[in-house]
Design a binder for this molecule. Structure first.
Ligand code: C2E
Ligand code: CA
Ligand code: CA
Length: 552
């Protein structure tokens, strides 16, 4: 390649071989001056007569003319010299700017290509680059006839961290997790962020599965080290699934997808790590496939509701029913909400599900009302619903279309749901409560919110999480805690429901502690809508399903 300097020198050389305009004009002026001066000198010194010998004489004897004779050369040289200098400087300037421009373009191209292949937050390769690297690694593994490992890692409980501490803290956790994973494995391993709290790893030139095990152990150990965030010490746990080329697949897509299936099995078993096996595909609903199917589940009428009774704690009269969604899947059988609600939440499909549940629960409630069973229903809602500015209107329209009074519906939301975007959630809850719809804080005690915070919200009820209720049978401390929660809640004019009431002992203690309502397998299991009338027969509806309006 020719350097910029060589190009410049060549240009200057070319310029030098050509006479410049300045040099020619200078030379002509000088020549004319010489001729005129010579003629004048000959004319005056030869007594006003102009002859050739006179001119020759003037030229050979007058030193001023000799001096003048040199001027065409001086002007010629000077003109050529200055134009060369100007050309050189102009050329150098153009060269400078061109190379500057070129450096900038290259930097920009590099940045664009880095950004399109790397994750902004963690600076790890993204899914696109991961698949690309895996394709290359597979080609190499094929040529060298060496096995290769693919790992799919997902952080456990990350959603809770994100929901309760906010996205900013969530991002910090992800960044730290990414660098811990990167540092825990050796250089030859590719670590990529595949999305959310999911990471992918490529382990080339694998000898045995034991190599994967060692890597998994190192990663888990690195993640476990305590991490302090907003005064809370967290330790991260991950579930990892793995596949090996060529045993579990020969192309990138299959290997990644099956590693993800294995990861779900590890997560479900809480085993931390699983190597893929073909049976897993049959037993564990694959997430991506499930998500696609979930979109059709509504049209195919595969979603169903079950209702679990909530009763008055003192006289066990009926207080209401909680609607719990299920999915009757054609291959996987009856799926519980924990298996698909988180999926729906992540994909935004939760809006359709909540709408479906609301519509069907209110339809059932309307049918019961018509038969003289004034059974209020509770429906679970999530953060996305409360952040939807149209949500309160949707609820009001549905209640009106079924001609149901507002108090026929209670919406249950968890504390973490509320912490997400407090202001917008606050607005929706205020709108709902001004409509007369009741709101209840679900799983109370498991989040990070305080009763002091809840006091600001126009909620009407709290549901003490079943983990506290279970402690009631175990130790005295459990009873002290529940008692304190109930006293505080009552001081704030909140109605208290206990969840997970599984046995007689608990059902007897709770009313003595002042609890208002109870729900649990010990009271009644979730049942299909068709069984509700039979269950209801012989029971009376609690007066407290219709408590007086809030006084605060
Ligand atoms: P949740 O709102 O806390 O619902 C109560 C869960 O506890 C139900 O599980 C219920 O079957 C179970 N349960 C009831 N009594 C007892 C008991 O005595 N002992 C024990 N160990 N468990 C008991 P399910 O139906 O699997 O629902 C799980 C979660 O899924 C629900 O927790 C709720 O957060 C969510 N969910 C259910 N339906 C919906 C829905 O329509 N929309 C949304 N967004 N979430 C839903
Ligand atoms: Ca609930
Ligand atoms: Ca609950």
């Amino acid at each position: 390649m020719i350097s910029a300097k060589q190009v410049l020198q060549e240009n200057v050389r070319l310029l030098r071989t050509k006479a410049s305009k300045q040099a020619i004009i200078g030379t002509i002026i000088a020549l004319v001056t010489v001729v005129v001066a010579t003629i004048l000198s000959a004319y005056f010194s030869n007594h006003y007569e102009l002859t050739l010998p006179g001119i020759i004489h003037a030229q050979s004897t007058n030193p001023v003319l000799w001096l003048l004779d040199t001027t065409p050369f001086v002007f010629g040289f000077w003109g050529q010299y200055t134009s060369t200098i100007i050309a050189y400087e102009a050329g150098a300037m153009v060269m400078d700017q061109t190379s500057d421009l070129r450096t900038q373009t290259v930097a920009l191209e590099n940045r664009i290509s880095h950004e399109s292949t790397h994750d902004k937050l963690t600076d790890l390769p993204n899914r696109v680059l991961f698949v690309d690297r895996l394709d290359q690694a597979l080609q190499q593994a094929h040529n060298e006839e060496k096995p290769l490992g693919v790992l799919f890692l997902d952080l456990d409980g990350f959603k809770e961290i994100n929901d309760s501490l906010g996205h900013h803290s969530g991002d910090r956790v992800l960044k730290s997790a990414a660098s811990r994973i990167r540092n825990a494995v050796n250089e030859s391993v590719t670590v990529a962020r595949l999305g959310g709290d999911e990471f992918g790893l490529i382990m080339p030139r694998l000898k045995k599965e034991i190599d994967i095990l060692a890597t998994v152990k190192a990663i888990r150990k690195a993640l476990e080290a305590p991490y302090t965030l907003e005064g809370i010490s967290l330790s991260l746990v991950a579930s990892i699934g793995a596949t090996i080329y060529p045993v579990h697949g020969r192309d990138a897509d299959t290997l990644i997808q099956r590693a993800e299936v294995a990861m779900y099995v590890a997560k479900k078993d809480r085993s931390g790590y699983t190597l893929y096996s073909p049976e897993q595909d049959k037993n564990s609903p694959h997430r991506l496939v499930l998500l696609g199917e979930l979109r059709q589940a509504i049209q195919r009428q595969e979603l169903t509701l079950e209702y679990q009774p909530i009763v008055n704690a003192r006289d066990h009269s009926v207080h209401g029913l909680e609607a719990l969604v299920r999915w009757q899947h054609e291959r996987h059988g009856l799926l519980q909400p924990d298996e698909f609600i988180p999926l729906a939440e992540r994909s935004g499909f939760i809006h359709e599900i909540t709408n479906w549940v609301l519509r069907h629960a209110l339809e059932d409630a309307a049918a019961w009302h018509q038969k003289g069973m004034a059974l209020p229903v509770s429906v679970n809602v999530t953060a996305a619903n409360l952040l939807d500015p149209e949500f309160a209107n949707t609820v009001a329209a549905l209640l009106a279309s079924f001609k149901l009074p507002e108090r026929a519906l209670t919406l249950e939301m968890t504390e973490t749901t509320l912490l997400n975007d407090q202001e917008r959630a606050y607005e929706t809850i205020t709108r709902l409560s001004s409509l007369g719809v009741r709101t209840s804080i679900d799983d109370f005690g498991t989040g990070y919110s305080s009763l002091a915070y809840l006091r600001k919200l126009p909620v009407s009820n709290i549901k003490i999480d079943r983990s506290f209720v279970a402690d009631l049978t175990r130790d005295e401390g459990g009873e002290v805690l529940i008692n304190a929660i109930i006293q505080l809640a009552h001081a704030l004019h909140l109605h208290v429901t206990a969840e997970g009431v599984e046995n007689e002992h608990v059902a007897e203690r709770l009313p003595l502690l002042g609890c208002d309502a109870m729900q649990g397998y010990g009271i009644g299991r979730p049942m299909p809508a068709s069984e509700v009338p039979a269950w209801y027969a012989g029971r009376q509806v609690s007066d407290e399903s219709n408590p007086p309006p809030q006084t605060r």
